[in-house]
Design a protein around this ligand. Structure first.
Ligand SMILES: NC(=O)c1ccc[n+]([C@@H]2O[C@H](COP(=O)([O-])OP(=O)(O)OC[C@H]3O[C@@H](n4cnc5c(N)ncnc54)[C@H](O)[C@@H]3O)[C@@H](O)[C@H]2O)c1
Ligand SMILES: [Zn+2]
Ligand SMILES: [Zn+2]
Length: 344
């Protein structure tokens, strides 16, 4: 079968490999769609040894069950499913609470990250990772498993601060951010300010319900402050879906006292936290800085429900498998609107 693999750090290739055989408790999926996340670019850019090679990329997968392995009860060939990408140990304190994204045993990882993912004609996966998608399109369902699940989890964590009339700033309206805007508008009554460096992304944010949009740049803090008001007030929650120095600086400078800064993007930025009495602290008093990671299986169930009810929509640009390398080129160049999704 065909697969798109990182064969060495920075090297992405289309290869022919044998189709996997489902092991005990696993199913074989015919991949219907696999999303291209910006994290895949970080994986490609990482130094040798951080991620295994060869590695079939994509941790956002939906498809049809082709074959059911021994003991994978409850599923049948033909079932249409989405894949929950995290594989927790199932036994630690966090997993027992359903927080597999905080597993204390298995290092942060998942399909397409620490083991083969969905950019292939077929993949095998443990049946416990499957959730039914009803008649959702595969290309619409795949991004729900990460591009929507990750901001949904961050929003769940910050929900006590997402009160009617409060302000939430979403920085970066790409794969994750375009879902964040919709989840906020559909599940809270906050006012949403979307920030991006690309005018096309701001257009998308407006179409998806953002109340205000602000072009990233030197006067972004002033523009956002004109909406959210001066310190010690400000944005109650900031979802930084980029995570570079510039966006983290914007984020902490518009945050309210007691605000919540959710660092979702993994762009390599840093931000100061300091305990000072004689100057405004870099992060306001009472503020919380959090690093949410992906989401839980229960949250994915809820995200799929939002998708199946038509309350959130994946804006996708689809590519055939043979065009995957071009899709990643466009993602890196900032040419994708919403999510790039590969349809084998
Ligand atoms: N924490 C997690 O669990 C988790 C999960 C998935 C992805 N991520 C990370 O989230 C980030 C976003 O992923 P994505 O797939 O949505 O990426 P994307 O490329 O689809 O979207 C990024 C968006 O940010 C915008 N942007 C880039 N630089 C900017 C800047 N300086 N100011 C304002 N806007 C800017 C781009 O124009 C684009 O619209 C990545 O770093 C990814 O690795 C984290
Ligand atoms: Zn991702
Ligand atoms: Zn665990």
């Amino acid at each position: 079968m065909r697969a798109i693999q990182m064969t060495a750090p920075g090297v992405l290739e289309q290869v022919e490999i044998p189709a996997p055989t489902p092991g005990p408790g696993e199913v074989l999926l015919n991949v219907g769609a696999a999303g291209a996340c910006h994290s895949d670019l970080h994986i490609l850019d990482a130094p040798a040894g951080v991620f295994p090679t060869p590695l079939t990329l994509s941790h956002e997968v939906a498809g049809t069950i082709a074959e059911v392995g021994a003991g994978a009860t409850g599923w049948s060939p033909g079932d249409r499913v989405a894949v929950y990408g995290i594989m927790g140990c199932g036994r630690c304190r966090a997993c027992l609470r359903g927080l597999e994204n905080q597993c204390r045993t298995v290092p942060v990882g998942g399909i397409g990250i620490s083991r083969d993912g969905g950019l292939a004609d077929q993949m095998s996966v443990h049946a416990s990772r499957l959730l039914p998608i009803g008649d959702l399109d595969f290309a619409a369902a795949a991004p729900l498993t990460d591009a929507a699940l990750t901001p949904y989890h961050a929003i769940e964590v910050a929900r006590p601060a997402l009160r009617p009339g409060n302000w939430c700033v979403v920085i970066g309206v790409g794969g994750l951010g375009h879902m964040a805007v919709q989840i906020l508008k559909q599940t809270t009554a906050v006012r949403v300010i979307a920030v991006d460096s690309r005018p096309a992304a701001l257009d998308l944010a407006r179409r998806l319900g953002a109340d205000e949009t602000v072009q990233a740049g030197p006067d972004a803090v002033e523009r956002i402050r004109s909406l959210v008001g001066p310190p010690p007030g400000g944005a109650d929650v900031v979802l930084d879906c980029v995570g570079v120095d510039a966006t983290m600086t914007t984020a902490r400078n518009v945050l309210s006292i007691g605000g919540r800064l959710m660092l979702i993007g993994l762009g390599g930025g840093t931000t100061p936290v300091a305990a000072v009495a004689d100057a405004p602290p870099p992060v306001p008093f009472e503020a919380v800085v959090e690093m949410p990671f992906w989401g839980t299986r229960a949250e994915l169930y809820e995200v799929l429900a939002l998708g199946r009810e038509g309350l959130i929509h994946s804006a996708v640009q689809t590519f055939p498998l043979d065009q995957t390398i071009e899709a990643y080129r466009q993602l890196r160049a900032g040419e994708i609107e919403g999510r790039a999704v590969i349809v084998p």
